[in-house]
Design a protein around this ligand. Sequence first.
Ligand code: SAH
Length: 256
Amino acid sequence: MLDRIRIVFIGTSHPGNIGGAARAMRNMGLDDLALVSPRCEPHDSEAYARASGADTIVDRAAIFETLEDAVGDCTLVVGASARSRHLPWPLIAPRPLAQSLPQLLAAEQSRVALVFGREDTGLTNAELQRCHRHVHIPTNPEFSSLNLAAAVQVLAYECRQAFLEAAESPSTAENDDSRPFGVTWDNPPATHADMERFFAHLESTLTTLEFHDPDNPRQLMARLRRLFMRAHLDTMEMNILRGILGTIDKRLGDRS
Ligand code: SAH
């Protein structure tokens, strides 16, 4: 199930970090690496030197233009960032995040993305706002930012430990109904692509309603994103919301 975890790098500028991350991933049993608009040549000799034998992960790394393309099929998207934000995003520590994964990933169609930012500027607010959760590795607050490949190492290690623990005592994980999408949940989680289509629809309907003004957006869409990302919707909930928006659109059309 560790192969259902995707490591996503945005705008990476040092091939050595791609190699270092590939090595960390292979050590921990992960193998799905996605690169969004890399700012370097991923197959550079420095990448292979740092991969120290984990070459297949570098070779097979998929390259995408946008974050949406890289994580469209994912049912949980988590952004890794050392920084807290003006609009705080639902925060989770590496261990509880990892411990929630065996249950979530038990469903065959589940995919989790762990998204990492640029070496110089990290993740933008817009990128973090496309994530369900913000994971922060609790470092020294006066020197909080890890090297990119080191940050992958820490999270991949926590994931591996959580899977080893769950394999030892599967019943504890299965009986935890406080976490959605376990064996007892009735519907699969919505994918990231479903969520993005929903947000586009929501924005369009709210604009037509004149509740949302794209020329003076304030933080409305970011706050609505946070609300619905925090809820971690399933496909039935998503369909109901899309149905409500469709009915509003129809009524608005009837009146014009
Ligand atoms: N200077 C950048 C940090 C870049 S470090 C900034 O201002 O954000 C490169 C990436 O490693 C980050 O974007 C993040 O994805 C990850 N990372 C580094 N330290 C981290 C930490 N303490 N917690 C979570 N992710 C971290």
